[in-house]
Every structure is written in structure tokens, then in C-alpha cells.
Design a protein around this ligand. Sequence first.
Ligand SMILES: C[S@@+](CC[C@H](N)C(=O)[O-])C[C@H]1O[C@@H](n2cnc3c(N)ncnc32)[C@H](O)[C@@H]1O
Length: 196
Amino acid sequence: MVEVPGPLSLEERVDHYVKTTKYPRSLFVSEDGRLVGTWIMGNNYTVRSSYYGGYPAGYLRRIKALFPDKKRVLHLFSGRVELAVLPGDTVDINPALAPTYVDDAQTLTGVPLESYDLVLADPPYSIEDAERYRTTMIKRNVVMRALQRLPAGAHVAWLDQVLPMYRKEAFDLDGVIGMVKSTNHRFRVVTLFRRR
Ligand SMILES: C[S@@+](CC[C@H](N)C(=O)[O-])C[C@H]1O[C@@H](n2cnc3c(N)ncnc32)[C@H](O)[C@@H]1O
């Protein structure tokens, strides 16, 4: 990662994103102080690992460009995430994927959350999706509660079709980015939370 003194303002994050990705400026800081916008993934939507529900190509590069100041990244619901693009530790409930931590995202008892400043979360979106991983569907609010152990200023980039329920005393809603993949794919939203 490029060394940039942090923490950055949301405007600086957007500027860094545009400068490093060279994608069009489709992110803005709204008058109410949130990062808002849309990512149209275009033709670049294939999942390199071919893992079911894996991040579309380009997703990790975009997130990395928004958070150049982050020092330790945790991939939650990590699956077969491409660590070469955004290095970090991983958490998955499936030991066959050989994550750094085999743990349930709803408790994270074995994960030293206090030492991470950026969490990427990519949960199953529905019971049907969870069945593909042979897991039960998570309770999003319970995962968000577990993430309250993150240090102040840490960000969570949560990719989903739902805004997870969270405690306003614990997290600020820093941003919302709509994500369009390609025809006949579900719309998704990246919600950016900041631990207060
Ligand atoms: C949508 S996939 C993530 C894919 C990943 N973003 C990638 O690029 O490969 C969801 C992952 O969540 C894991 N999972 C499901 N329930 C979980 C839980 N309660 N705790 C931790 N991981 C869980 C599944 O094993 C699966 O690998």
C-alpha cells in the first residue's frame, strides 16, 4: 500500500480513488457529509477465483484506493479473497479455506479485532446463498455487534443487498456506494461504517 498520512477526510479518499484507479469520478461527498456514489463494474465483473459469491474483479482495487491510510486489513467472510490485491488476515467459518482465523463472524472470539483498522465484510445475502456454503444464514446485527470491538476510527466496508442493523452510538454511517455488476445480476451496496 502507498504510505499516506492518515486518517484521510472523505474528500481525500475520493481524490485518491480517482487518481489511483483512473476510473471516472462516480463518488462524491454529499452535503450531509457522506461518501455517496455508484460503481458500474462494466465488463470487468468476472470472479477470478470462480468461488461462488466471490468479489467481482476490480472490487478490491477500488476499496484499497479509498483506504490508502489503513495499516491492517481483515477480510471477514473471506472465502477465496484475492490477497495479492489487498493483503490482510482472513476469517471464515469453513476450515477447508484455510483462513487466518476459523471463526463465526457473529462472535469473533478468537480474532484480535482491536488491531485492525479496516474490515471488508462479504456475507451470504440470503438463506439460499448460505446453503451454497453449507452454513446457516447470519444475523447481520449480531456480526455488527461483534465488530464493536474494533478501535475508534476503524472502517468496515460491508457488501450486501441490505443495510445491516447497527448501533448509532457505535458506528457512523460514512458512506453508501451502489454497485451494479452486469445484466441479470443483483444490485448490491457497499456500506462504509466508521467505528466511533
Ligand atoms: C459471499 S462468500 C465470500 C466470498 C469472498 N468475498 C471472495 O471473494 O471469495 C461468503 C463466505 O462467508 C462464509 N461464512 C458463512 N457464514 C459464516 C459465518 N457465520 N462466519 C464466518 N464466515 C461465514 C462462507 O463460508 C463463505 O466463504
